[in-house]
Design a protein around this ligand. Structure first.
Ligand code: NAP
Ligand code: F7E
Length: 328
């Protein structure tokens, strides 16, 4: 039975990936940080087959200990400070976790693998935020990186460090350059889930408006359940490599609002949306759209859920959840 270790198990992707690997018969270990992490219970409830280990990307000895216990064939590094807006206010800690944390992990694998560096296959969660001020449309693996936030800069560092460990030590380390992917498990700070929760609550009469920032930005949004499958496929390849994972379609926040409100039969959302500059970013990534043709050709991967399906899925989930929370 292959063994896999997932960092970031308490996050959106960690849960979907754990479900996928358990269904494939893996022994799955998950790294949880903190002495009393409130999300631990959610992981235990959602994926009870996962064995949880304590550790932090900032603490290399905890990573070495996790490797010792899990003896993984595959290591998925999903752990990060991942909220772009937060990264300006907390640039140093974002750089330490999202950037230097990856160096800690690669170094831990190199030391642990003792002269056999390709024995553990490594996945690094790179991001479309690395393209930032885009130099090419659509963005592909070879597009010049131009990050626009401390988060994006930290991800670029981690991305090139992953490539460097592959080239320097022969590690089987792959980077998935994933474009935005969402789900009912998305944190409520991200715009898709903020909107799906607000729309559900507005439809149920529990909330009057949603307060947002820039409605013009465009993202290539896919479904997280589809994207974790691409991560697994990358680690099944004989050679490690980097892949863009995206739908190839882009939509604005306005398009997202259209679909989300339409899902609760509201055609004109303008009375329910207020703009506040507090949600604008010091530098914006205006337009992202990925070219996933390499992932399709080499990995045989393609997304199953389209944008409309994704938004409907999220709003329907939040209608049910908000009804339950309101005791209806
Ligand atoms: P997420 O929900 O924010 O999860 C992030 C995970 O990282 C959480 O489990 C968090 O644990 C963990 N973490 C934070 N600080 C840590 C530390 N010091 N040591 C160990 N773990 C730590 O993110 P996601 O959406 O699942 O994304 C997974 C990965 O893909 C992240 O690296 C993200 O940057 C990247 N990514 C995401 C997207 C996307 O659209 N979702 C796109 C491209 C790349 P706590 O629960 O303890 O905070
Ligand atoms: O913002 C705009 C905001 O926070 C999307 C992370 O998973 O994907 C994610 O990063 C857009 C931006 O995600 C609000 O200005 C408007 O243009 O949902 P988001 P993100 O920044 O794209 C990438 C690929 C990652 O790697 C990251 O880890 O929406 N926007 N009004 C807003 N955004 C938020 N959060 N809140 C608003 O009120």
């Amino acid at each position: 039975m292959p063994s896999a270790l997932i960092t970031g198990i308490t996050g959106q992707d960690g849960l979907y990936l754990a479900e996928l690997l358990l269904a494939k018969g893996y022994d799955v270990y998950g790294l949880v940080r903190g002495q009393n992490n409130p999300k631990r219970a959610l992981v235990e409830e959602t994926v009870p087959g996962v064995r949880l280990l304590t550790g932090d990307l900032g603490d290399m000895s905890s990573l070495l200990r996790a490797l010792e216990i899990a003896q993984p064939d595959e290591l998925y590094n999903l752990g990060a400070i991942s909220f772009v807006a937060y990264s300006w206010e907390n640039a140093r800690v974002t750089s330490e976790v999202t950037g230097m944390g990856v160096l800690n992990l690669l170094e831990a694998v190199r030391l642990f693998a003792r002269g056999e560096p390709s024995r553990i296959r490594v996945y690094q969660a790179s991001s479309s935020e690395m393209f930032g001020k885009v130099q090419e449309v659509p963005q592909r693996e070879s597009t010049l990186l131009w990050p626009r936030s401390p988060y994006g800069v930290a991800k670029v560092f981690a991305h090139y460090m992953t490539i460097n460990y592959r080239e320097s030590y022969g590690m089987h380390a792959s980077s998935g350059i994933l474009f935005n992917h969402e789900s009912p498990r998305r944190g409520p700070e991200f715009v898709t889930r903020k909107i799906s929760i607000a729309v559900a609550r507005i439809a149920l009469g529990l909330q009057e408006e949603v307060v947002l920032g820039n409605l013009e930005a465009k993202r290539d949004w896919g479904y997280a359940g589809d994207y974790v499958d691409a991560m697994w496929r990358m680690l099944q390849q004989p050679e490690a490599d980097d892949y863009v994972v995206a739908t190839g379609q882009t939509h604005s926040i306005r398009d997202l609002l259209d679909l989300a409100f339409r899902a609760v039969d509201i055609d004109d959302w303008t009375p329910y949306v207020r703009l506040d500059p507090a949600f604008m970013r010091p530098a914006e990534v205006d337009m992202l759209v990925g070219d996933p043709s390499k992932a399709r050709a080499v990995l045989g991967w393609k997304p199953e859920v389209d944008f409309q399906g994704l938004v409907t899925l999220m709003v329907e989930h939040d209608l049910e959840e908000q009804r339950r929370l309101a005791g209806r």
